[in-house]
Design a protein around this ligand. Sequence first.
Ligand code: B16
Ligand code: MG
Length: 211
Amino acid sequence: KYQGIIFDLDGVICHTDRYHYLAWKALADRLGICFNEKINNRLRGVSRMESLEIILSNSGQIYTDTEKDKLANEKNENYRRSLAQMTPENLSPEVKGTLDFLRKSGCRLAIGSSSKNAGFILERIGLNGYFDAVVDGNQISHAKPDPEVFRCAARRLGLAPENCLVVEDALVGIEAAVRAGCDAAGMGDARKSSLAKYHLAAFSELKEVCG
Ligand code: B16
Ligand code: MG
């Protein structure tokens, strides 16, 4: 049984991954760069600037650092307009019910996200102050697949990584979890990961894994 569960945010707790996709798509369309769902899967868990680099690598053009900063800001402003419209209704009863169940069964719960908008998202969906620890893109210097975010989350829970399960939708996130010394459960795109110990078809399956 795991003493701690560390959740990725975008694509696991809520579907902000869709808003990331739409905001990057709007930017890519404006610049005339090819962008689709398949390329989008490579952005999961990856930092904002690294995501931009992946998109621009299909442009055949060179952009200066100042131009890149502007483009990343344009995308982030668009993305935050979507986030601002979120409400606690955007947190599914399945996810909330499962989190409450896991907490009642004695698990400590944390967020381990690459996003610098994690605090804003948690506030929008009514989970501000819910988790025992929140580690996000503002507190780490190396994004997934680096293990930093999950090592830090386990430490903040006061637990050894081997007593923690990480729940992820990104292949790089599963890699980060395993490198941190945690077990990993893959959802969505990360369900196909051979590094994941569990492959979840639904979030509520965590009740069987951890209950
Ligand atoms: P931001 P996660 C990640 O969050 C997203 O999966 C990834 O697509 C995004 O580029 C990254 O956060 C940075 O997000 O631009 O909001 O700082 O999945 O690790 O919770
Ligand atoms: Mg994710």
